[in-house]
Design a protein around this ligand. Structure first.
Ligand SMILES: [Zn+2]
Length: 223
């Protein structure tokens, strides 16, 4: 089975401990086929070009061993004034984090704002069911319509993960919506990497048969 993991931090982030090479080598050891690196826009700051170059260099370095994707995690609590969305022309994708947080920007404002971004977009560790309740609307179908994917974050820090893996009703709603899904470990240090959950979460996403984020195909169904 192919494993994807589209949410990872290196020491370009203030809370990341591992360097790019140790992160990538850990992913290869654990059987990850497609790895997304998504450091925080606010801690990269003016080192953004250095970050882009470093990930692109690693892409070449590990070619044939793993597919690396260049991402960025963008804060929404509150609106990141200093961030210039033009930079996203150079990215494979970006993740908006924690839109379900009480301090996060308004969801409708987010839908407008995100149109300034020039790469495919997903939501990191966001409880969509909680958001649907807050706005009294079906956020799953809005995201599907807007072509925004949803990350299943298995770091253990977000309850919606435990909720989703045990709640058939919610799984059915996700399946029915047809929203694209991704898997994220949210690794900040390779020592914390949880292979078992990585496999379980990839299996869950596979079992729902939703499309994968970023048009990723060849997911090994039936292998
Ligand atoms: Zn993160």
């Amino acid at each position: 089975m192919k494993l994807i993991d589209l949410h990872n931090h290196t020491n370009f982030s203030y809370d990341g401990i591992s360097g790019i090479n140790s992160l990538v080598e850990n992913a290869i050891r654990n059987g990850v086929s497609i790895l997304g690196i998504t450091d925080h826009e606010f801690s990269i700051g003016d080192r953004i070009d250095e970050y882009i170059d470093a990930v692109n260099y690693a892409k070449e370095q590990y070619k044939g061993k793993i597919t690396l994707l260049l991402g960025l995690e963008i804060g929404t609590r509150p609106y990141p004034e200093a961030f210039n969305p033009e930079i996203t022309k150079n990215l494979d994708f970006c993740l908006f984090e924690s839109l379900d947080d009480s301090r996060a920007m308004d969801f409708n404002k987010f839908l407008d704002w995100r149109k300034n971004f020039h790469c495919p977009q997903g939501l990191a560790h966001t409880d969509i069911f909680k958001l649907s309740e807050r706005y009294n609307t079906d956020i799953l179908s809005i995201l599907k319509k807007e072509n925004i994917f949803w990350e299943i974050n298995f770091s253990g820090n977000y309850n919606y993960y435990f909720d989703l893996i045990s709640n058939r009703e919610k799984q059915d709603a996700v399946k029915k919506s047809g929203i694209a899904l991704s898997v994220g470990s949210d690794t900040h240090w390779v020592g914390d990497f949880d292979k078992k959950r990585l496999v379980q979460t990839n299996e869950l996403v596979r079992s729902l048969k939703n499309p994968l984020a970023l048009g990723i195909r060849d997911y090994g169904i039936g292998r």
